[in-house]
Structure formats: C-alpha cells, structure tokens
Design a protein around this ligand. Structure first.
Ligand code: R5P
Length: 310
C-alpha cells in the first residue's frame, strides 16, 4: 500500500499516515512559473494499492488539478489500484441545475476524476448522498457523526439538547445525529436568494429553553449558521452551538463567527485550518484522521466500511 498526498491538507495526511503506521510516499508537487501544476512520484508504485489524499478545498481549482495530475502520474506509473481520498469534495454544492443554463459541476468534476484514472473514491459528508452516483466507480461516503457524538459526550450532558438543521436540505443529516443522541429535532426554514446570502423565514418546532446544536455539512460565508443562531436565540433557545463537517470559511467568515451569537463552532480537519481559524476563540477542530485511517485499512483489506457507522 502507498499513501500519496497533495498540498491541500498535509496535516490531515500526516495524521492519517501516523495512525496507519504507513509513511507518506516521496512525491513532489510544484508549480511552473506560469502556475502549471507538475508532480513527480519518487518511488516505485508498480502494482501498488495507492491512496491519493487531497481535498478540493480553497484554492479549489488548483487543488483539483493537483489531484488529477497525481492520479495521472500514478496511472502512467502502473499503480495497481488508485483511490482518490477526497476528505472535502469541492464543487459538491453544484449538484443540480439551480437555474436555467447552469452547469451540474459536481457531475463534471466526478467525470474528470474518473477519466484521470481513479478506480475508487473515498470522501466524507457529501453535500448530498446521491453525488455518490455521479461517480461510475465505487464511492465510499464516510460520516463525521460518530466523531461528533463522541465530542458532544465529552463536552456536556445530552439533557435538554435540541439538534437543529439550519435548512431543509440538511434534515437527513440532522436527524441522524438526533437519533444517536436520542434528542429532538428542529428545522430552520431558510431562503437563499443568491449564493452567499440567506434569510431565516421560520423555525419549525418550539426551542424555548433548549440547548440547540446546529449541524450541517459546510460552513462557507457563515451566513446560514449565524442567522440561524440569532433566530434560535430570538425564539427562546438557552444556547446555540454548532457542529459542521467542512470548515470552508471563506472571506470574513471567521470574523463573522467570532462576532456571532454562537457559543462555539466545532469543525473537522477535512480542510486545512487557516491562521484565522487557529486563532479564533470560538472555533475548535476535531480530527477525522482516525476514521479515514480505519476506512482505508478496511478498503485495502476488502472489509466492510459501513461497520464503522453501526
Ligand atoms: C447548503 O445547503 C449547505 O449545506 C450549507 O448550509 C451552506 O453551504 C452554508 O453556506 P454559508 O455558510 O455561506 O451560508
């Protein structure tokens, strides 16, 4: 087995490699003067079971291109099987025609990754589960929920918790967490007129006196989460905190969180933390490296991955 990583999230790849006690393969990913991506794998990979670890996070296009050229280099070096390990799959939000004459970029990106030579995909908390079907190769979608439950149990008692989905699209994810915590579920009715701006219309369920836990796949501008937190407090919630798998946190999102009504935001390390995230008093990160390490080991051994979530 070989583990190869691009530049998007080296800390996660190193943590994962440490858990598996498998060193990261020697490989260089660099840029030509005009920013073209160039890679070279400095080890023999002929016939190997290779796992390429690369989130397609900011800068999304550069990181996607790195993933593609890494896969191409491995294929041309006769790797036996190539698994694209994409902890955060960027472009996932473009999973349908949201308006006339718009692309379905999630499908396009899935096609490109497959055509580059990936034999399998391993990812986490896809924006929509059906994106697995955009890949015509085996795709395992891991869930951060067991790590979230573990963290919640360490931090506080389960009493009085109300799990809240910040929009209708996140209800399935929020319900899964509520079920594991044996807690109730509330839903925020959000309206989004354009990307990056959203408005809370209603809260479905009584939240007075509850300790609300917002759960979602992505925090990007922070608008969805901060607006939901304010609306929940205005509706009588005792406290609002959040668990979000992918901390995209674009632009001034961290400042927004720091100034928000949220008591805390917990993200995972599917996306490499920025300086601003590390310095934030409100944001904490939990690692999903152990879960990826277990999943890769199981895939390599031909064992079930779903048992990780039973
Ligand atoms: C949308 O459906 C996603 O699940 C997230 O709610 C959304 O991407 C968050 O974006 P933002 O932080 O920019 O409001």
């Amino acid at each position: 087995m070989k583990l190869v990583c691009g530049n998007s999230n080296r800390p996660l790849a190193e943590a994962l490699a440490a858990h598996m006690k498998v060193p990261l393969a020697e490989c260089k990913v660099r840029r030509f003067a005009d920013e073209e991506v160039f890679v070279q794998i400095h080890e023999n990979v002929r016939g190997d079971d290779v796992y390429v670890i690369q989130s397609t996070s900011y800068p999304a296009n550069d990181n996607l291109m790195e993933l593609l050229v890494l896969i191409d280099a491995l294929r041309r070096a006769s790797a036996g099987r190539i698994t694209a390990v994409i902890p955060y799959f960027g472009y996932a939000r473009q999973d349908r025609k949201s308006a006339p004459r718009t692309p379905i970029s999630a499908k396009l990106v899935s096609n490109i990754i497959t055509h580059a030579g990936a034999d399998r995909v391993l990812t986490m908390d896809l924006h929509a589960g059906q994106i697995q079907g955009f890949f015509d190769i085996p795709t395992d979608n891991l869930y951060a929920v067991p790590e979230v439950v573990r963290d919640i149990e360490k931090q506080s008692s389960r009493d009085n918790i109300m799990v809240v989905s910040p929009d209708i699209g996140g209800v399935v994810r929020a319900r899964a967490l509520a079920k594991r915590l044996s807690s109730q579920l509330a839903i925020v009715d959000k309206r989004r007129d354009k990307p990056g701006s959203s408005e809370v219309m209603n809260i479905i369920r009584e939240v007075t006196g509850k300790s609300c836990l917002l759960v979602d796949d992505i925090i990007d501008s922070g608008g969805t989460l901060c607006n939901a937190a304010t609306a929940l407090l205005e509706n009588g919630a005792a406290e609002v905190s959040a668990y979000i798998t992918h901390g995209v946190l674009s632009g001034k999102a961290v400042d927004r969180i720091n100034a928000s009504d949220l008591s805390s935001l917990v993200i995972t390390d599917t996306i490499c933390e920025t300086e601003a995230v590390l310095a934030s008093p409100r944001i904490r990160t939990i690692s999903v490296a152990p879960m990826f390490a277990k999943a890769i080991t199981r895939i390599a051994n031909g064992e079930s991955v779903s048992v990780l979530f039973e």
